[in-house]
Each structure stands twice: as C-alpha cells, then as structure tokens.
Write a protein that binds this ligand. Structure first.
Ligand code: ZN
Length: 132
C-alpha cells in the first residue's frame, strides 16, 4: 500500500537561510517553492533521488509549523509516505485504529491529495500520506 517515502518535512525558521544549507552546501536541487495559504506555511522542495526534502517556514506564529518551532525548535517535522489510493489507504488505517488528523484527504503542497496521521499513534512521528 505504501509505495515509498515521498519526502521528509523539516520545520525551519527561515527558508532563505535554510536554502543555502540544503541547496548550496548539500547541493540538493530545488524543484519547487510555494505558499500553502490554508496551512499558513511556505514550502520549498529539494529533490533527493526518488524522494524529496520539504522545508517548511511558517507565515504566521500561530500556524502549526509556528507552534512546532516554538515548542521543539527546528528539525524533522513529518515523514510523508506515498500511496496509490489515499482515500482507500486512509479508510484502511482508520479501520485498524490509526489516529487521524484528517478524516478525509485534502489538497496539500503541489496540488496533491494528502492526509495526516497523528503522532500519538506512531511513536511521536507525524505521518503524511500523499497520492500523486
Ligand atoms: Zn509534507
């Protein structure tokens, strides 16, 4: 059901500063940047083979990423698994007792269908499901 790790999400204070590290120092190639207004976040995607690194900068302090930074500082925020059929995957995981944040898939960065699973169900790790 889960095909691959689509990306790792990393919370950062400043995209501008972080892009220098992930882009220039590590040499990753940026493949996109956009603001996801609904999530109050600005994201930059860097390609790593078949996967990506997603840098997330809050556009307001009261956003989910802003609160995460306040509480835990910069660092890995979520892991994103790619699935073939997100609606089906979400229903199956709910049936198995997975705590979900999104009852239904919604549109996330890149226009893809996404849904988040609560970290309390997965050893403290926030999980994003994504259908391309
Ligand atoms: Zn993500």
């Amino acid at each position: 059901m889960i095909g691959k790790i689509n990306h790792l999400g990393i919370a950062v204070q400043s995209l501008t500063q972080s892009e220098g590290l992930w882009g220039s120092v590590l040499g990753l190639v940026k493949v996109g940047e956009e603001e996801v207004a609904e999530q109050k976040v600005r994201v930059a995607m860097f390609k790593v083979g078949e996967s990506k690194v997603e840098l997330l900068e809050p556009t307001t302090p009261d956003s989910a990423i802003g609160k995460f930074l306040d509480k835990r500082g910069e660092g890995i925020h979520h892991i994103c698994f790619q699935v073939d059929n997100i609606k089906k995957a979400l229903e199956e995981m709910k049936a198995k007792g997975a705590p979900v944040i999104d009852q239904e898939p919604r549109i996330g960065a890149g226009g893809h269908k996404v849904a988040f699973l609560h970290p309390k169900g997965f050893n403290g790790v926030l999980i994003e499901l994504l259908e391309e």
